[in-house]
Design a protein around this ligand. Structure first.
Ligand code: 0RA
Length: 670
């Protein structure tokens, strides 16, 4: 935006033209490299468009002006996001000679940035501005209610069709903004919104902003859900621990220091895993950061102080409670607001602001000591639990020592069944963790041995969700994975030491296969989470069907693709031999259970990886030039926790319900 003042001799007109050109350049840049702004142009990027607008509505709530967000997915897969904020300003910008509304919608990074004192979002993928959503939409319409009037503007691929105009007045007592956009099919590979994906983020935002009601409607699917959690983070923690057994009621800490509001809820359950989720300005800081460090430091110090002061730990006792002892069974949500957050780390989700550590540490220290003084029985329960964790940690250390003596965990002594690759630059190496020895054999023969390693594992590995750490460490298959990956385990785990840049899970495309995959993911999630956070864990996608017509072979990865291929073959054959009848899709569907031959077309359904010969496995599933692999991400870590807790935990009924609801849980996207 130009900074000069209008000087009355026609410069304003020039500025207008210059800024219009800049706007066009800006929009063009976004349309040319959409991934730079929204991550990708697949499903994730598509859903990011909604998140971007919703985040803006939530920013209004943070500023204290909004208590309602309604998202509607329309039948044509356009989306409306409506809020009761102040409404995007519409006054004419003195230099640009355009409505502020037009500037917000067309100029990159012009979002809420007039508002100097807001907890705005910066860095990461969030906070790119509504203008990016507009630029990537075939069309977009904005309606603003402000000062008793309704204003409107419409855009095509980000370019305004006409200046902002007033289209009416309104009587209701609230101002607000409604943005409706239709993602551009020229840009996006995926165009259908997924209710659950949108719902997950909205539920999360409702927990984080307890005064806001979030409503999601899907007119295509006929679904509607509303979220409003008066208990905020306390409700969030209860939800996360729904299937665990908490040993006390959630502890809630709220306060503000140096313009930094801090809100924390946490509780301990009788489980072994730790579930800590942290947010800065409503953004999930998956990699943690200074706020989390401050919280942990305060937690450890305050409990230790209390324990010594009240004689719960004797000075001469050998046990000292370390930070790790306070992790076991801890479920916590930390949400803070920072004026100018600095995001660092691999995925720009690690808070870097140094001053935040002491802000959180001091606030938690003060409020938690107060709480413990007033709630002695709770304090005692938690400290008892942590002392047991300390004892278990000592036992685990001994177990690790024992196992280590047998050299089973370090990468100096690689497991016998690992077929390693020949180059050793982790960035270019990958390891396939393969279910079963026979598939492992095919993979070993089919691979490119320069950069692909194969580790076959036997059947169902241990369910780590239910096992104590020493049992986990004694498990042979888990030992093999730990030493092959070479990044250590427990306190010594260091993702930077991973011997492979990609760890690819390859299991059969049946129920057992998906169970084994879930067990493997649970292990990585609970014990090597950073590998997931860094995007190093992948799921191989072997084909489901082979379709053979004469000498030609085709592979289909799902039913839809199979039907497409059959149609194509059918059309081909028709072209050649008009009068002869060929196979139809109904017949194909009927054949899905095995190998069927109909008029020269052979359809086989792969039941297991072992049925493929090495060449087939290579060309369909392992060749980096042609394969697809799904990257496992932690975008919604809270949802992932919930899934593992439900699938792998003790409670049976919620698991049954979950599996019934997600019958195809083979495709879990955690
Ligand atoms: C710029 C300035 C202000 C608010 C907004 C933009 C705003 C953007 C969006 C996007 C969706 N809903 C929104 N609501 C508001 C500050 C307004 C003021 O100072 O009055």
């Amino acid at each position: 935006m130009a900074k000069e003042k209008v000087n009355g001799n026609g410069n304003a007109q020039k500025e207008y033209t210059a800024s219009s050109i800049n706007v066009l350049k800006g929009l063009e840049a976004v349309r040319k490299r959409p991934a730079m702004y929204i991550g990708d142009v697949g499903l994730r990027g598509l859903h990011h468009l909604i998140n971007e607008v919703v985040d803006n509505s939530i920013d209004e709530a943070l500023a204290g002006y909004n208590d309602r967000v309604i998202v509607t997915i329309h039948k044509d897969q356009s989306v409306s996001v409506e809020d009761r904020g102040r409404g995007i300003p519409v006054d004419i910008h003195p230099v640009e000679k355009k409505s502020a509304l037009e500037i917000v919608l067309t100029v990159l990074h012009a979002g809420g940035k007039f508002d100097k004192d807001s907890y705005k979002v910066s860095g990461g993928l969030h906070g790119v501005g509504v203008s990016v959503v507009n630029a990537l939409s075939e069309w977009c319409k904005v309606e603003v209610k402000r000062d008793g009037k309704i204003y409107f503007q419409e855009y095509h691929q980000g370019v305004p069709k006409a200046p902002v105009k007033q289209i009416g007045t309104y009587k209701s007592d609230h101002t607000g903004t409604k943005v409706t956009f239709k993602p551009d099919r020229e840009i996006f590979k995926a165009t259908k919104f997924n209710f659950e994906t949108v719902a997950e983020r909205m539920r999360e935002l409702a927990y984080l902003n307890k005064e806001v009601t979030m409503t999601l409607k899907d007119e295509e699917e006929g679904l509607e859900e509303s979220y409003r959690f008066k208990g905020g983070l306390i409700d969030f923690v209860k939800y996360l621990d729904e299937n665990r057994s908490p040993i006390h009621k959630p502890i809630y800490i709220e306060g503000e220091r140096e313009n930094t509001p801090v809100e924390i809820a946490f509780e301990y359950s009788d489980s072994y895993s730790e579930n800590v989720h942290s947010y800065v300005n409503n953004i999930n800081t998956i990699e943690g950061g200074t706020h989390l460090v401050g919280f942990r430091t305060a937690l450890t110090r305050t409990f230790n102080n209390y324990a010594y002061k009240n004689g719960l730990i004797k000075e001469n006792n050998k046990i000292t409670l370390s930070g790790d002892d306070f992790k076991e069974g801890l479920t916590a949500v930390i949400s803070i607001k920072v004026m100018e957050p600095q995001f660092e780390g691999q995925t720009k989700t690690k808070l870097g602001n140094g001053e935040v550590k002491s802000v959180v540490e001091m606030l938690v220290g003060e409020k938690l000591s107060e709480f413990l003084e007033e709630n002695a029985p709770v304090a005692k329960k938690i400290i008892d639990k942590c002392m047991r964790a300390a004892e278990a940690r000592e036992a685990a250390r001994k177990a690790r020592e024992l196992v280590r003596r047998k050299n089973a965990l370090d990468s100096m002594h690689l497991p016998g069944k690992l077929a390693d690759c020949s180059i050793n630059d982790p960035e270019h190496c990958e390891v396939y963790i393969v279910e079963g020895d026979s598939a492992g054999g095919s993979a070993k023969q089919g691979r490119d041995r320069r950069f692909q390693a194969i580790l076959p594992i036997k059947g169902k590995i241990l369910n780590v969700e239910k096992a104590k750490i020493n049992k986990v460490l004694e498990n042979q298959e888990i030992q093999a994975m730990i030493s092959a990956i070479g990044a250590g385990i427990g306190e010594e785990f260091d993702p930077a030491k991973s011997r492979y840049g990609k760890i690819i899970l390859m299991t059969d495309a049946d129920v057992d296969g998906s169970h084994i995959r879930t067990l493997l993911l649970t292990f990585f999630y609970r014990h090597m989470k950073d590998l997931i956070a860094e995007g190093k864990i992948y799921i191989a996608q072997p084909p489901l069907y082979k379709i053979k017509k004469g000498k030609e072979e085709f592979y289909a990865f799902d039913d839809e693709e199979r039907d497409k291929i059959l149609k194509r073959i059918k059309a081909d054959v028709k072209g050649k031999k008009e009068e002869e009848e060929t196979v139809g899709t109904e017949e194909a569907a009927a054949s899905a259970e095995g190998t069927t031959q109909t008029k020269g077309i052979l359809i086989s359904r792969y039941k297991g990886l072992g049925e493929m010969n090495p060449e087939q496995l290579w060309s369909t599933t392992m060749n980096p030039e042609t394969r697809t692999v799904l990257q496992v991400n932690l975008e919604s870590a809270a949802a992932a926790d919930k899934i593992f807790e439900t699938l792998m935990g003790d409670a049976v009924e919620p698991r049954r319900e979950f599996i019934e609801k997600h019958a195809k849980y083979a495709n879990l996207d955690i």
